[in-house]
Design a protein around this ligand. Structure first.
Ligand code: 5AD
Length: 360
């Protein structure tokens, strides 16, 4: 019976709800079907983005996030340009193929200029060969264009939840935290020409299984090229911490997150899906599992070691685990989970190029 749903040409909200709620053998069926779709459209492969979390200074106050502006117990940092470029050099020499630059959100001229300059330096350093994903929050369309022109070609901006009411429950109610603005930013990114990624947190307080089904269909409707999503994890110094007793158990959040990855792979066969660090925070091998059932992007953290402890979006964020994340060490791994690690390729979203061909 589950196969008649899995093999449908397009899934309805009811189908997605059914798949999210499967138990026992049906979960295995869902996972192995998603794995077969990944194998067919992507191959048993995973591509890398060397992740540089270059600043935790943020002007936003999101109720879930450990580096929110209002958290006074965070020690704020800005990795120097020199240290960023050293990390870039490491990724370049070790054949990562791509970088992801992530930071807290600032819209100041100083910040947007700095990112533009860094992008040009990165382009020079890698002779234009490294792929660059940016994840620096909401910006004006002009800024997105400028960063695109300076050499970035992918952008991740999680919608966090596609449900406006829930969005308002997990964010302050002011101009800096508008749901409609976030949607407009995703539209701007697509218009500028970025491979555009979004994602959600899974297991948030107040979130329903319907919300999650709608999140998946939202991603399909707006036709994203990439996705990064993972379990919501509590951070004590945040307003949402007070709901700690009413959220789903960790193991349930993990299972739901894996189901979300599997279902998204079935819905959007050729997009890039990340196996996120938040999965690993619940279970050491959860990213491997995500890669087996649909994810194809891994983001090893190559932020200089002395800054890593301060980018705590949530508690128990993994630090230096596995061969990848060891500072300065050359990569030796050839596989991750059941996937072959692809070195030296940018690993762009096939979906993006597919769309370009069909719409131009
Ligand atoms: N739990 C899980 N993910 C979180 N993020 C921020 N705070 C948390 C948390 N407490 C995620 C958000 C954001 C990304 C950078 O990190 O989805 O977009």
């Amino acid at each position: 019976m589950i196969h008649s749903i899995l093999e449908k040409k397009s899934l309805t909200k009811e189908d997605v709800l059914f798949l999210l709620q499967t138990k026992g053998q049906y979960v295995e069926d869902l996972f192995s079907y998603a794995a077969s779709i990944k194998e067919k459209y992507i191959g048993k492969k995973v591509v890398l983005r060397g992740l540089i979390e270059f600043s935790n200074i943020c002007e936003k106050d999101c109720y879930y996030c450990g580096i929110r502006k209002g958290n006074k117990s965070v020690s704020r940092f800005n990795v120097t340009d020199k240290d960023i470029l050293e990390a870039v050099q490491f990724a370049y020499e070790n054949d990562y193929g791509s970088l992801a630059l992530q930071s807290g959100e600032l819209q100041s001229k100083t910040f947007t200029n700095r990112v533009a300059c860094l992008l040009k330096e990165i382009d020079k350093l890698s002779k234009g060969t490294l792929g660059v994903t940016l994840s620096c929050g909401e910006q004006t369309e002009e800024t997105y264009q400028r960063w695109f022109d300076a050499g970035a070609h992918r952008y991740l901006l999680r919608i966090e939840t596609s449900n406006k009411e829930l969005y308002q429950k997990i964010h302050p109610h002011n101009e800096l935290h508008r749901f409609n603005k976030r949607i407009a930013c995703l539209e701007s990114l697509q218009k500028v020409g970025f491979q555009t990624g979004t994602g959600v947190m899974i297991g948030l307080p107040f979130q329903t299984i319907e919300n999650l089904a709608e999140d998946l269909l939202f991603m399909q409707t707006i036709d994203i090229d990439m996705c990064g999503m993972g379990p919501y994890l509590l951070h004590e110094d945040t307003p949402l911490a007070k709901y700690s007793t009413s959220i789903l158990p960790l193991t349930t959040r993990l299972e739901l997150s894996l189901k979300m990855v599997a279902i998204l792979r079935i819905l959007m066969k050729d997009i890039n899906i990340a196996a996120t660090t938040a999965l690993q925070a619940i279970e050491a091998k959860a990213r491997e599992k995500a890669v087996e059932i649909g994810a194809n992007v891994l983001m090893p953290n190559i932020t200089p070691g002395f800054h890593r402890n301060n980018y705590n979006l949530y508690q128990n964020k993994p630090r230096t685990t596995g061969n990848f994340e060891r500072d300065g060490e050359h990569l030796q791994d050839t596989t991750f989970g059941n996937a072959q690690i692809i070195y030296g390729k940018r690993g762009d979203s096939l979906h993006y190029f597919g769309r370009e061909v069909t719409t131009n």
